[in-house]
Design a protein around this ligand. Structure first.
Ligand SMILES: N[C@@H](CCC(=O)N[C@@H](CS)C(=O)NCC(=O)O)C(=O)O
Length: 223
């Protein structure tokens, strides 16, 4: 039985969505974030040394890192569904987006989250203006332009095909859902980007997505 070690309000939501799309039975083990640090609880380190979510256990297998989990589930349970045929142009795009989601799209969004927090973090009054100035400069000179660059790129890519890898929805769209949801929550994704907005509306309307939400519980991404 597939067990999803699911941290509230996190990337593991997309693993639940994928399992629902594939119709694979699974069990959810829930973990709550520390209210102050927002980190995962230490119990998750008993499942995988990094203590991050998602992690999936399936018999003897423990699989961490969402891209690896998505690929594992599709290969083991997909029977050819949600993955383009090997050697096709769609498969190349599929592989690209599968890596791009965490390797390229997420880093600037994570930096934004961190520097937004630096700006409002409690600290001695005499440090505050300096910390705010550094955070503001990092955001305006690097982080925000990078987020814009990526989002404009994604908007233009979705102008070429309905889904990221082509005309069929694939597991790459599941993997790409999280950066777009994070960008929507914290990066001003929607303004002037109708294709990205439509993508999110389309995936959110899917019955499998709705079932995954009902199973996963709260899914409000950090801003
Ligand atoms: N690149 C990893 C990132 C894993 C990750 O950072 N997960 C977050 C949840 S969105 C987490 O576990 N945060 C809590 C912590 O770091 O303690 C993946 O895609 O699986």
């Amino acid at each position: 039985m597939v067990v999803v070690h699911h941290l509230e309000n996190s990337r593991s939501q997309r693993v639940l969505w994928l399992l629902e799309e594939l119709g694979v039975p699974y069990e959810v083990k829930r973990y709550e974030r520390n209210k102050e640090t927002m980190l995962a609880p230490p119990e998750l380190r008993a499942v995988h040394p990094l203590g991050k979510s998602p992690v999936v256990t399936d018999g003897d297998a423990t699989v961490a890192e969402s891209g690896a989990i998505v690929e594992y589930l599709v290969e083991r349970y997909g029977n050819g569904r949600l993955v383009p045929p090997p050697g096709s142009p769609e498969r190349r795009r599929y592989t690209y987006w599968m890596h791009y989601a965490e390797g390229s799209a997420m880093p600037p969004l994570l930096l934004k989250l961190v520097f937004d927090r630096v700006e409002v973090a409690p600290m001695p009054f005499f440090v505050k203006p300096i910390a705010r100035a550094i955070a503001g400069k990092a955001k305006s000179s690097f982080i925000e332009p990078q987020i814009k660059l990526h989002l404009d790129y994604l908007e233009s890519e979705l102008g070429k095909s309905t889904w990221f890898a082509g005309e069929e929805m694939t597991a790459a769209d599941v993997q790409m859902s999280f950066p777009l949801e994070a960008a929507d929550a914290r990066g001003g994704m929607a303004a002037g980007r109708p294709k990205l907005v439509a993508f999110l509306q389309r995936i959110h309307a899917r019955p499998a997505y709705q079932r995954a939400l009902a199973t996963g519980g709260p899914y409000e991404l950090m801003r």
